[in-house]
Design a protein around this ligand. Structure first.
Ligand code: NAD
Length: 408
């Protein structure tokens, strides 16, 4: 129980959430345009929950400090209390945060993912009717990307060219392992582990099964990087065979055993080489549903897919671990528009809808998505979409939220 009558979400030993009717949920409003989009999104989320449950459920918001606001008040960019509070809340949502330049500061987003072990970056990519897209058939794109968030070349293990560390690694490689790296080479390490791969692929397969989606595709570059990306593929297949033997079917089994027709209640497990996957995403997107990827592939692929359906201003996302989940706007702080009540709140708003689904409050999540779609279809949009649409009515960020609330 908390002071303002909210209750904490808890997690049982199977990793399932126990969500009370008045859960305390943490929010970080973010820097730059963060406060504008967060204010707008919060109003819509509250209104959707009211409309769906007539007062029998309600979110009790708890503000958590991070970024510039935290620095101004506490002298720290990411106070320990904030990390502690996210752990306590279990579920939180955030606007974009400025990465302080210089002083060797790590990105706050990366730090949050690491300290909370939020190992899966989950990005659903779906076209919202009415949003301008460069594709002829953006409606054919409907995928959820599960990107591994803690390993790969993003693990932060790297040294600048000519540094003492890089020279030491170079000498070790040459003298101990007989492989030579050129002088003056920056060196980075690409760790991909069985543990990191398995927990990500397990989550992707479970998601597909829970949502009745037909396939999970492992996206890798294993033809070249055999012991990292190739191992990701191999371990992914092994995990499926071991933990989901009756629930997954490989493409080979689909042809040879099932005559092209997967049995009811199973998902088809495929794999694609990353470069081919980019082509498939453009040419045959309807054949892909859930993608499981190592960190770097997933970073490129999720932004490219978001562009296919109308850009990052609309794309929701979450970073999820075994205990905590942090939902977030996927774009940056757009500092030149800070405080102008101008930018598009859809990314953080749709992340809020994902969060409602995560709580099991699916009725409220659908209300948000449908009302947002109706608003855009009615051509009521913020400046970023207005400039690409004929006959659009350009509204401010807060007015867009009003229009969505009217359509709930
Ligand atoms: P940005 O996303 O802030 O801006 C890129 C472009 O997109 C700009 O033209 C901007 O005006 C536009 N844009 C962004 N959000 C929009 C929205 N909601 N509606 C309409 N248009 C929008 O990226 P940047 O300029 O590279 O980064 C600015 C700051 O944001 C940096 O400090 C960076 O570190 C930070 N950043 C944070 C996150 C995060 O917190 N997840 C992600 C990326 C960048």
């Amino acid at each position: 129980m908390t002071g303002n009558q909210g209750q904490w979400i808890t997690v049982d030993d199977q990793g399932r959430l126990c969500v009370p009717s008045r859960p305390v949920i943490g929010f970080i409003e973010g820097d730059g345009t963060g406060p504008d989009i967060w204010r707008a999104a919060q109003r819509v989320l509250d209104a959707a929950v009211r409309a769906a449950y007539q007062g029998s459920r309600e979110i009790v918001w708890k503000e958590l400090l991070a970024g510039e606001k935290a620095f101004a008040r506490t002298g720290q960019w990411l106070p320990d209390q904030t990390v502690e509070d996210i752990r306590k809340c279990v579920v939180a949502i955030k606007g974009p945060l400025t990465t302080p330049v210089g002083g060797g500061m790590r990105s706050l987003n990366v730090t949050l993912r690491q300290v909370l072990d939020l190992y899966a970056c989950v990005r659903p990519v779906r076209w919202v009717r009415g949003v301008p897209s460069p594709m002829k058939h953006p409606e054919r794109v409907n995928m959820v990307v599960f990107r591994e968030n803690t390993e790969d070349v993003y693990a932060g293990i790297e040294w600048p060219a000519g540094s003492r560390e890089a020279e030491k690694v170079r000498a070790f490689l040459c003298e101990e392992l007989g492989v030579c790296v050129r002088e003056q080479a920056g060196i980075g390490i690409k760790p991909i582990s069985r543990f990191g791969t398995e927990r990500l692929v397990r989550r992707a397969i479970r998601y597909a099964l829970q949502h009745g989606l037909p396939s999970v595709t492992l996206v890798h570059k294993g033809n070249i990087m055999k012991y990292t990306e190739g191992a990701f593929r191999q371990w992914g297949y092994e995990l499926a065979a071991r933990e989901f033997p009756d629930k997954t079917v490989t493409e080979e089994e689909l042809e040879n055993r099932w005559n092209g027709q997967a049995p009811q209640g199973t998902v088809v497990l495929k794999d694609r080489i990353a470069d081919a996957m980019f082509q498939q995403a453009l040419l045959r997107p309807e054949e892909y549903h859930v993608l499981a990827t190592p960190n770097l592939n997933g970073d490129y692929l999720s932004d490219a897919l978001a562009a296919q359906v109308g850009g990052l201003g609309m794309a929701p996302g979450a970073n999820i671990g075994d205990r905590c989940a942090l939902f977030e706007a996927t774009h940056g702080t757009a500092p030149k528009y800070a405080g102008l009540d101008k930018v598009n709140p859809s990314s953080v708003l749709l992340s809020g809808a994902m969060m409602l689904d995560h709580l099991g409050w699916n009725e409220a999540a659908r209300l948000v998505e449908r009302a947002l779609e109706r608003t855009v279809s009615d051509k009521i949009v913020t400046y970023d979409l207005a400039r690409m649409m004929d006959g659009a009515r350009e509204v401010k960020c807060s007015q867009f939220a009003d229009a969505v609330i009217e359509r709930l």
